[in-house]
Design a protein around this ligand. Structure first.
Ligand code: TRP
Length: 336
């Protein structure tokens, strides 16, 4: 018996990296055994920022990449339901109904709105961008999920979801669960340049799809303690991505501790530390990349996974919307 239903999702932005793996993908692969897991790829959400045709087509490609990366990370299609948001358009009806249950000023206060507008140089948010969290609420609630694992940046959206569920239930009767956010507590992975978090756009990411030679080059070019210009100068493993990655991906704890000790004493060169990290990362990423390649070579199989997922979610969504309409008393029949 499963402990509950999880809905989580990704906006398709292209290939995922080790930071995404540590932050979300690994956790999904774990949760899918205990919970019923539904994974959505939020292509409608991609339209909230850019609407040109080229972007829409890029998004379509990015959907495939995100699915491949999740499959690669061990989010197993036999356990987890994968679907593309626009394959289940009934979510839009719920989005419409929900859009009446929150206010414009409430949505203007959602911190991610301003962040997105700054990052994307958007001066005036579209109606759709303002409603981003309302659509997310509909994603979560049309399958009546009770748990939503997300990054810290999404916590405010889950708050909006809960408010909408409460308001609906208060007005019309109990239809929706009030879902809980499950915010990961793993430390954010630094970029290979040591300057904050790993991000594809900053060019400091190791992608799950990178080939062995690319990984090796990225590791050998990694930032280390800048005060250490020679191997015999004591170095600091703290705040040093080479050691953060060794901690995260090198299963040989004794080797890592020994390297740190020698690093602090100035008895090991950066090259040796990086070579060991490279070996550990290659071993870690190889099965992930192989799984990715397996699915990448079988686009039809990926299609089938997404079609089966949508076929499973559609009736769930339809049932929820039916319940919502019934509870509201919406429709054409005479009122008795
Ligand atoms: N908003 C999420 C993001 O930007 C993606 C997303 C869309 C999502 N719908 C969701 C996440 C529902 C969790 C649940 O990453």
């Amino acid at each position: 018996m499963k402990k509950g239903r999880i809905l989580t999702g990704d906006r398709p932005t292209g290939q995922l990296h080790l930071g995404n793996y540590v932050g979300t993908l690994a956790n999904r692969a774990k949760l899918q055994d205990e919970y019923e897991l539904i994974l959505l790829v939020a292509d409608y959400h991609s339209l909230t920022r850019k609407v040109d045709k080229e972007h829409v087509l890029e998004t379509r490609q990015a959907v495939r990449e995100v699915v491949l990366d999740n499959l690669a990370a061990g989010v197993d299609p036999d356990k987890t339901t994968y679907y593309v948001q626009s394959d289940v358009p009934s979510v839009c009806e719920l989005h419409l109904l929900f859009s009446m249950l929150t206010t414009v000023p409430r949505l203007e206060r959602v911190p991610s709105l301003k962040e997105i507008m700054d990052a994307e140089h958007i001066e005036q948010p579209s109606y759709g961008l303002l409603g981003y969290p309302v659509l997310q609420a509909a994603d979560i609630l049309h399958v009546r999920a009770n748990l939503v694992p997300v990054g810290k940046d999404q916590a405010s959206h889950i708050e909006v979801t809960r408010e909408i569920a409460r308001r609906f239930n208060y007005l019309y009767g109990d239809v929706f669960p009030e879902p809980e956010a499950l915010i990961g507590d793993v430390p954010t992975l630094m970029g290979t340049d040591g300057s904050g978090k790993m991000s594809k756009s900053r060019g400091n990411a190791i992608l799950l799809a990178d080939d062995p030679e690319t990984i090796r080059q990225k590791v050998m070019n990694m930032y280390t303690d800048p005060t250490r210009i020679r191997a015999d100068i004591p170095g600091n493993p703290e705040g040093n991505p080479v050691f953060q990655y060794n901690d995260a991906f090198n299963p040989n704890r004794a080797e890592v501790e020994e390297l740190k000790e020698r690093y602090r004493q100035g008895k090991v060169g950066d090259v040796e530390v990086k070579k060991k990290l490279n070996a550990a990362l290659q071993a870690f990423l190889e099965p992930i990349r192989e799984r990715r390649n397996y699915y990448a070579a079988r686009p039809q199989l990926v299609d089938e996974i997404l079609a089966a997922g949508a076929a499973k979610v559609r009736p769930m969504s339809a049932e929820t919307i039916h319940m919502a309409r019934e509870a509201m008393g919406l429709g054409r029949g005479l009122v008795r």
